[in-house]
Design a protein around this ligand. Structure first.
Ligand code: DX5
Ligand code: ZN
Length: 229
């Protein structure tokens, strides 16, 4: 299993965003998680494609581009997808409730040259994955309700992760493509082990990382917890 740490720059210092992205990748992060909020689908407002484009040249790990994982908490979805693709997004995920046509939006993301993901809120049923497994590169399980950093991990997300891990493994057994299983909200070094055991392979963490001065110490502690026998 390949495990990826994806810091959410929602909790970074926005006045020094490029530097924050470089620092967190130098500290051992694998992916940059980019939370887009529109004050409509969620009650908060963050950043759009122009900031993504500005951050892109800073998203380098050992001199190579690190993926920018754009988490769209916006409605409607389709209008903004090509803008993020042009701005350097590598992965674009969205909430099915926010799109009138989930299959079409997944197709649009891939046609734009990006990997496509579906995001399931704590109260969103898994049936949204039915019939679209072959169009997914990522499933993101929200372990908080979207809109804000620094919230408490909702334990029911562990059961959901186990159920989605079983679906992904069954899909791969039948010859299907690889699908990342990402978790977002309240992830910290002290709960990451149980989250990994539930089947997640990609871990978003905002306040846990950017709330500390030593990013490497947090990321190292997370990896040690995941690897602990
Ligand atoms: C919440 C965002 C998360 C958030 C995570 O709507 O999608 O990515 O930044 O923050 P923490 O890790 O602080 O819960
Ligand atoms: Zn997010």
């Amino acid at each position: 299993m390949t495990y990826r740490i994806a810091p959410s720059i929602l909790s970074a210092d926005f006045a020094r965003l490029g530097e924050e992205v470089r620092s967190v990748l130098a500290a051992g992060a694998d992916v940059i998680h980019f939370d887009v909020m529109d004050n409509h689908y969620v009650p908060n407002l963050t950043f759009g494609p122009m900031i993504c484009e500005a951050v892109k040249p800073h998203a380098l790990k050992d001199g190579k581009p690190a993926p920018i994982d754009v988490h769209l908490m916006v409605s409607p979805v389709d209008r903004i997808v090509p803008d993020f693709a042009k701005a350097g997004a590598d992965i674009i995920s969205f909430h099915p409730e926010a799109s009138a046509h989930v299959d079409r939006t997944l197709g649009l993301i891939r046609e734009s040259g990006c990997k496509a993901g579906l995001v399931l809120n704590p109260g969103t049923p898994l049936h949204y994955l039915d019939h679209v497994m072959d169009k997914l590169d990522l499933v993101l399980i929200m372990s908080v309700n979207p809109g804000f950093g620094g919230q408490k991990f909702i334990a029911e997300a562990l059961n959901k992760l186990k159920a989605v891990r079983a679906r992904i493994d069954a899909h791969k057994t039948k010859g299907g493509q690889d699908i990342w299983l990402e978790v977002d909200g309240g992830v910290k070094a002290d709960n990451i082990r149980s989250i990994a055991q539930a089947g997640a392979d990609t871990f978003v963490a905002g306040s846990a990382i950017f709330g500390q001065t030593d990013y490497k110490a947090v990321i190292d502690a997370m990896r040690e917890e995941i690897a602990r026998p």
